[in-house]
Design a protein. Structure first.
Length: 190
């Protein structure tokens, strides 16, 4: 039980900035003005991350580990991440075209691809399938917690009260640095 608790805490606190593998992914959504869009968009990211992670796990067990194809695993992970990001953006567009064109930013596709690839790279595929599923689920829980937290804070952060020289910098960089500092400290404690 302690092992699952350690995996859960590590995955939740490192899922939002996957810097342990050198990826450095910003997983904060760019637009937080619609709760429905944030929920649907986050669920699309979560489902695509879990599906691509499980598929890479199955391929790793039966193909990559048997034939020592480590570089092919990286290629397949990136290819799956791109395909899943494209499919999730299509589902998001199908859910509501009006909200998709109103809230969707052009850089959310590469951010979602980087989230998927970063999560796939951080997962340890030498463990059992159950532990891999649990770790993927905890990464997604951490992602969803940060999405919900910053949904509530977005209106206050993105206002005319912010510093005038900093208004041209995307809000995501401020929130990313705050989350990065918090997760770095939590990582030192754990």
């Amino acid at each position: 039980m302690n092992e699952f608790a350690a995996v859960a805490l590590t995955a939740i606190f490192s899922s939002n900035i996957i810097s342990s593998a050198g990826v450095g992914t910003a997983t904060l959504q760019s637009e937080k003005r619609s709760f429905w869009f944030m929920v649907v968009s986050s669920l699309c990211v979560i489902v695509s991350t879990i599906l691509s992670g499980l598929l890479v796990s199955v391929l790793n067990t039966y193909v990559f580990a048997k034939f020592d194809l480590e570089y092919l695993r990286l290629f397949v992970a990136v290819l799956l991440a791109v395909i899943m990001a494209f499919l999730s953006r299509t589902i998001l567009k199908f859910a509501s075209q009006e909200m998709f064109y109103l809230y969707e930013k052009s850089y959310s596709f590469p951010i979602q691809t980087a989230i998927n690839v970063g999560t796939i790279l951080v997962i340890n595929y030498a463990t059992t399938f159950l532990k891999i599923m649990f770790e993927l689920a905890m990464f997604c829980v951490g992602f969803l917690l940060v999405q919900i937290l910053f949904y509530a804070l977005y209106e206050r952060l993105d206002s005319v009260n912010s510093l005038k020289p900093a208004r041209n910098i995307p809000l995501m960089f401020f929130t990313l640095s705050i989350v990065g500092i918090i997760l770095y400290v939590v990582g030192l404690i754990l």
